[in-house]
Design a protein around this ligand. Structure first.
Ligand code: SF4
Length: 278
């Protein structure tokens, strides 16, 4: 069933790239949820991940660097009946586009945001990003990076995201489950995916030895304190799964109280709209 969500475009990611797993998991999740392709919108940014919209048979928007969230937000607010999912790389999400993340989270816009976090700029041949480990040598840091990496899970929790999860591209079944839960969640759902870049930073073996599932340890994702404690865990053990989930009003829930209907059900007078500019 997940085949109906794919296209015949030749996939040009490097063989073994973690992007394949994210693409497969997303298609599986759509199939498991029984979503019609015409009801789904995928928005991607700039980077290797950005090609995902070419490989998905759903509505797609390949936008400019770091601007996935404003696009996804606008689409969802204009037509709340659509399922809107944004895809970004770690450079796209945490460098160029990081300014949009707190606002999407605090508005609790009902969208899903999936970050392909391979810890390098893969498309431009492996420069360091905000999640590159301290001291790592890359083409743009031949003596090693001088900066501490950010912790995306801790960051997402601190800005009030109502669904915060981490997946691993080496476990498609688990990632499918996370994407399904994120889409079903009413509100801003954030998933940081540990996505090895086999060409510039191949971390499959590293993660396989360390990742474990939060649900196997009975993690209570309704507790923000527990979520914060688990978010700080990194090293010999790396948790994946849902760190935090909370139910709260979405941006549209609050906005609709002022009786202002979404754009797609409002008649639009184009001539009136353009008049001030003529
Ligand atoms: Fe994937 Fe890295 Fe190749 Fe880009 S450069 S397609 S992230 S393996």
């Amino acid at each position: 069933m997940s085949g109906r969500y794919g296209t015949s475009r030749k996939i040009v990611w490097c063989p073994g790239c973690g992007n394949f797993a994210i693409l497969t998991a997303f298609k599986n999740a759509l199939a498991n949820l029984g979503l019609k392709p015409e009801k789904v919108v995928a928005v991607s940014g700039i980077g290797c991940h950005g090609r995902i919209t070419d490989y998905l048979n759903v509505n797609g928007f390949h936008t400019i660097h770091g601007r996935v969230l404003p696009l996804a937000t606008g689409i969802k607010l204009a037509n709340p009946e659509l399922v809107v999912v944004g895809f970004a790389g770690d450079g796209d999400a945490y460098a160029i586009g990081i300014g949009h993340l707190p606002h999407a989270a605090r508005r609790n816009v009902d969208i899903t945001y999936i970050v392909h976090d391979n810890m390098v700029f893969g498309l431009t041949t492996g420069q360091f990003t905000p999640t590159t480990p301290y001291g790592m040598r890359t083409r743009s840091s031949p003596r090693g990076t001088y900066e501490e990496p950010i912790n995306p899970i801790l960051f997402a929790l601190s800005i009030g995201a109502s669904f915060v999860a981490r997946g691993f591209a080496g476990d498609v079944k688990h990632l499918t489950y996370l994407i399904e839960e994120a889409i079903k969640h009413r509100g801003f759902a954030f998933i940081d995916v540990l996505q090895p870049c086999v060409t510039f930073y191949n971390t499959y073996a590293y993660y396989r030895q360390r990742v474990y599932k939060l649900e196997d340890e009975g993690h209570d994702y309704t507790s923000s304190e527990e979520a914060l404690r688990k978010a700080r865990e990194w090293g010999d053990k790396i948790p994946i799964g849902i760190f935090y989930k909370a139910s709260k009003p979405t941006f549209s829930d609050r906005k609709l109280k002022d009786k202002d209907p979404p754009v797609h059900v409002k008649p639009v007078n184009i001539a009136k709209l353009y008049k001030p500019f003529m």
